[in-house]
Structure formats: C-alpha cells, structure tokens
Ligand binder design. Structure first.
Ligand SMILES: Nc1nc2c(ncn2[C@@H]2O[C@H](COP(=O)(O)OP(=O)(O)O)[C@@H](O)[C@H]2O)c(=O)[nH]1
Ligand SMILES: [Mg+2]
Length: 227
C-alpha cells in the first residue's frame, strides 16, 4: 500500500498534465468536450445515437467511445455519418487523457465544435481521470437504485449534469426518482438534473437544450478571448 500511493499519484499527475494540454486545445477552438460516465447499460450509447440522429448533417461533431472489449458501440454510432472512433482499453476500466490525445492525433480539431466522449461503463474509476473535458455528465438509470449517488459520491460530485435515464420504466420498478435527485444534491448541491427516456423521448428536448446552451457558451468563450 505504501508503494501504491506514490505511483498512483504520479500516474494522476501525468494524466492531469495531458488533460490540461487537451483542454487548452479545445478551449482555443471553442470546442465543447463532454465526458459521459455511467455503469454499463445505463443508456450512454443510446443517448448518443438519439443525439447524433437529431443533429443536422455536416454538424461539426465527433465521438470517442471507450470500451474494455469490442467496437460494438462505435459501429452503432457510425451509422449517423459523423466521425466516430472506438477506444478499446484492453482491460483498463476507464479512459485516460493519453488515450484521448492519441485518438485525436489524426483528426483536425479546427473542424470540430463538439466532442462527445462515452467513457468505459463504470461509476468509480473514470471519475479520477480528467480527459480535458468541459464537463462530466453522469447517467443513472432508474433500474440502478436511488442510493447510488451516496455509494459512488465522487462521480456525482464531479459531474455538472445528472441524467436520470430510462424514466419510461418508472411504472415498473421501485425507484424513487426524487430521492435519487435529492441524494445527488446531498453530494453536489449545484448538480443539474434531467429526467430522460430515449424510448418515449421524455426529457430529450431538455437534453438538447442543455447541450446547445453549453455549445454556445464554449463558442462565446473564444469570442471573448479574441476581443
Ligand atoms: N426502457 C429503456 N431502455 C433503454 C433506454 N435507453 C437505453 N435503453 C436500453 O438499455 C440497454 C443498454 O443501453 P446502452 O445505450 O447500450 O447503454 P450503455 O452501456 O450505457 O452504452 C439497451 O438494451 C438499450 O436499448 C431508455 O430510455 N428506456
Ligand atoms: Mg455503450
């Protein structure tokens, strides 16, 4: 244990350095970068599919999607005509900044306004790794239990937005959605909360409004920097 702590710190310091370089590149160009995190199966890829389907053709959007094995998610997301890359971590339970840097090498960032990152399905490890994003988004589906913000506080503390997903299932599962939101606010009082179903489309417009607001803010930051 005494050996492990300094090594972990070194890895995280190195990650923070690369993440800061990435953040600078994104901010200089007004790119909004979002890091989407949840347990496996909470609906990250489905949300990205719906999002890409609703964006205009030629929109300056790209997706990086992380997984331990397989490129299934990238195959699902490529159908919409935007640049998509799979990052297969080969066992690692999170994405790190170096993986993002490497996978962005042959993309011209000047052609991008929005970079969506789907992290590896895991509520714990991804919360420790800054990817240079503007914001982390945590997705919690209604089948996972309203206590999860209390059990996995770090990711709820670090996320700007909580998406409570699969709300179409609420009639069938004992899940107190107000309590889930309340638990998240105990950990992070300013966290924004959205209720979403990709099945019924409830909350989808609110999600797109949130996304568009953040895109506009990212752009206006470079305008201010230029003035
Ligand atoms: N009922 C319901 N099922 C959903 C919803 N969103 C996703 N799913 C299902 O949940 C499963 C996992 O979704 P996926 O997007 O692959 O989750 P990921 O592992 O977080 O990327 C799939 O069978 C989806 O069809 C939703 O809003 N409502
Ligand atoms: Mg997925």
């Amino acid at each position: 244990m005494t050996e492990r702590v300094p090594l972990e710190r070194k890895v995280l310091n190195e990650n923070a350095r690369i993440a800061e370089e990435l953040r600078e590149k994104f901010q200089k160009r007004g790119i909004l970068c979002l890091n989407i995190i949840s347990s496996p199966g909470s609906g990250k890829t489905t949300l990205l599919e719906r999002t890409l389907a609703s964006l205009p053709k030629g929109d300056r959007v790209a997706v990086l999607t992380g997984d331990i094995q397989t490129d299934n998610d990238a195959a699902r997301l490529r159908r919409f005509g935007f640049p998509v890359k799979q990052i297969t971590t080969g066992g690692t339970c999170h994405l790190d900044a170096r993986m993002i840097q490497k996978h962005l090498e042959d993309w011209d960032l000047d052609n991008l306004d929005l970079l969506l990152i789907e992290n590896v399905g895991n509520l714990v490890c991804p919360s420790s790794y800054d990817l240079g994003e503007d914001a982390k988004i945590v997705v919690l589906s209604v089948t996972e239990g309203e206590d999860k913000p209390l059990k996995y506080p770090s990711i709820f503390f670090k996320s700007d937005l909580l998406i409570l997903s699969k709300v179409d299932l609420l009639p069938y599962v004992p899940f107190n959605i107000d309590e889930a939101a309340e638990n998240a606010r105990k950990i992070h009082p300013e966290i924004e909360v959205l209720r979403l179903s990709c099945q019924s489309s409830e909350g989808f417009q609110e999600w797109m409004d949130w996304l568009n607001k953040r895109r506009t803010e990212a752009k206006s930051r470079i305008a201010q920097a230029v003035v």
